[in-house]
Write a protein that binds this ligand. Structure first.
Ligand SMILES: *[C@@H]1O[C@H](CO)[C@@H](O)[C@H](O)[C@H]1NC(C)=O
Ligand SMILES: *[C@@H]1O[C@H](CO)[C@@H](O)[C@H](O)[C@H]1NC(C)=O
Ligand SMILES: *[C@@H]1O[C@H](CO)[C@@H](O)[C@H](O)[C@H]1NC(C)=O
Ligand SMILES: *[C@@H]1O[C@H](CO)[C@@H](O)[C@H](O)[C@H]1NC(C)=O
Length: 508
């Protein structure tokens, strides 16, 4: 069971509110049962809570409100499994044991660049697919990297600008896939890396993030690795107390490399100047996963029996914690952030929840998020506005992933005038102080619905249509009659003219 326990609100006292309301009530004429008023609430960001009040001739609930939501659905027939005899079977329909028997190999790393998807199996098999509009995968090819198989650890693939890279603790290989075949080159000078590490490439620099050993920055020239920079534990120390450092994960946004230190918290390095930002620090111990998107940061602490998810916003020198959730009996292995939603990846139940909502002010139906049963998901990546790719231990699938704004639909059944007051608390509004992250909005929107009954009953309407048809037929008939009379007159006139002409020609 996926149980979410909401914890204390750490920052509730920091929240400030902006008031927003219409200058005048909006006047909306409607025809009962016929016309509908509807609007979306994009400019209000995420709606936290809403109340609708009616003040009219009847206590009729004429408006129907729906909160923002996300559709995240696997496209039928897009799941591609790697083992051929199981290719036609949806992984969801199998039991874990069946999958374990059927899929002896599994994917351990993936890289997506533009629309090229590459997937790595432990034994060096590389799968290459092209994500095509449609949406579908095309040009699927499978290749074998020649790697030294000797207790390889931390096997990863990376995508550079014009080539891919394979790396593990013992070897570093550059490869390209051209005309359906794989060409590989060994990168020399890669020294055996001890302990856990992660490597990523950005603008031809390779960043090795290596637990207690700090960071090394490399360049590759003529297939030789050259170290251009390094940061050791002492470089990050803020005082003599934090002697331990263990960099376990990273995130990159806006030229900043955020480094997650299991022992202390989050540091950052400017990727342009290559300097550690001395002022910046997030004190949050014990986290293993970091994710940042649009300054929204998620840190995940994994424990044996539960995980803790911290959601905050990066501000000048640190963060503001917005929410803290715990998941019972579950290890959240990874997370992927959409604009307003985050997917917490766990096996087999993943949770999609809304970001930016503060429990204390939020309708409880929104705070739990929605569970998505999906086995062995490694990660997700958006490809465009409507589709994302999900990578599993055993294959890939395409998801329809679409964020829907909150919306209201109003329609009256009875003839009346009804003043509807909508109060909503939201993360955004038109006059919000945008430089204050924790400035939320209390909005009041007034609509006056002037609802008139329909002019005719359905029976009258039918009769009316019938009469219209009759009247129309009469008009057409008259028109045709006049046309024929004129035509006949013209023909007669032509005949007389011709007779006259021929008589004249005879007389000559
Ligand atoms: C909005 O938030 C304010 C302040 O917490 C609260 O008093 C009010 O009831 C909320 N309104 C709605 C519609 O939730
Ligand atoms: C996919 O394969 C087709 C046919 O071999 C080829 O014409 C096309 O260029 C390929 N597309 C990509 C993106 O590689
Ligand atoms: C949401 O709004 C309703 C109606 O104003 C109110 O009764 C409720 O307490 C609010 N809930 C939260 C969590 O603010
Ligand atoms: C907007 O918020 C910032 C940061 O909290 C604050 O310094 C500033 O005074 C605010 N501006 C207005 C107009 O309230």
């Amino acid at each position: 069971m996926f149980i979410l326990t909401q914890f204390l609100i750490v920052i509730s006292q920091e929240i400030t509110w902006t008031n927003y309301s219409f200058a005048f009530p909006q006047f909306i004429p409607l025809i009962a049962d016929k016309t509908v008023f509807s609007r979306t609430f994009e400019e209000f960001g995420q709606i936290l809570n809403i109340s609708i009040e009616y003040n009219g001739d009847f206590q009729e609930s004429i408006c129907n409100f729906e909160y923002q939501s996300i559709v995240f659905r696997q496209q039928p027939q897009t799941l591609i499994a790697l083992v051929s005899d199981m290719q036609q079977i949806d992984i969801d329909n199998l039991k874990t044991e069946e999958i374990e028997q059927g899929f002896s190999e599994e994917l351990i790393s993936y890289a997506i660049i533009d629309r090229d998807v590459i997937l790595l199996e432990k034994n060096g098999v590389v799968h290459h697919l092209y994500y095509n509009w449609g949406p579908k995968f095309t040009n699927y090819t499978i290749h074998q990297l020649s790697i030294i198989q000797d207790g390889n650890e931390n096997q990863q693939i990376l995508a550079g600008n014009d080539s891919y890279y394979y790396v593990d603790n013992n070897q570093f290989i550059k490869f390209i896939i051209k005309n359906g075949s794989l060409e590989q080159n060994k990168i020399l000078n890669w020294k055996k890396v001890n302990d856990h590490f992660k490597l990523f490439v950005r603008e031809e620099h390779f960043y090795l993030i290596n637990g207690i050993h700090g960071i090394k920055v490399y360049k590759v020239q003529n297939n030789i690795l050259l170290q251009v920079n390094s940061f050791v534990i002492e470089d990050f120390q803020r005082d003599f107390n934090d002697v331990n450092l263990n960099l376990v994960d990273y995130a990159v946004e806006d030229d900043w490399l955020y480094l997650l230190d299991l022992e202390n918290g989050v540091y950052r390095i400017n990727l342009i100047s290559m300097n550690i930002d001395r002022k910046f620090f997030i004190a949050q111990k014990g986290c293993k996963v970091i994710s940042i998107r649009n300054k929204q940061i998620i840190l995940i602490q994994q424990n044996q029996l539960f995980s803790v998810i911290y959601e905050g916003r990066i501000i000048d020198d640190g963060w503001m914690l917005i929410r803290m959730r715990t998941t019972a009996k579950q290890i959240i292995r990874n997370t992927y952030q959409f604009n307003s939603y985050a997917l917490l990846i766990s096996n087999p139940i993943n949770n999609m929840y809304q970001k930016g909502l503060i429990d204390k002010f939020t309708d409880s139906q929104l705070t739990k998020g929605e569970n998505i049963y999906q086995m062995e998901l490694l990660g997700v990546q958006e490809m465009d506005k409507t589709y994302a790719i999900g990578i599993y231990k055993y294959g890939v699938a395409i998801y329809f992933a679409y964020e829907i704004p909150a919306k209201i639909i109003c329609q009256g059944k009875l003839s009346q005038q009804n003043r509807v007051t909508i109060r909503l608390n939201s993360t955004n509004c038109l006059n919000k102080n945008q430089s204050d992250f924790l400035n939320y909005c209390q909005n009041r929107l007034d609509y006056v619905f002037d609802i008139h009954g329909v002019l005719m009953s359905p029976h009258q309407e039918d009769l009316y249509i019938y009469l219209c048809i009759v009247a129309f037929s009469i008009v057409v008939g008259l028109f045709l009659a006049i046309f024929f009379i004129i035509r006949r007159y013209q023909m007669k006139k032509e005949k007389i003219d011709q007779l006259r002409k021929s008589r004249r020609s005879l007389s000559y």
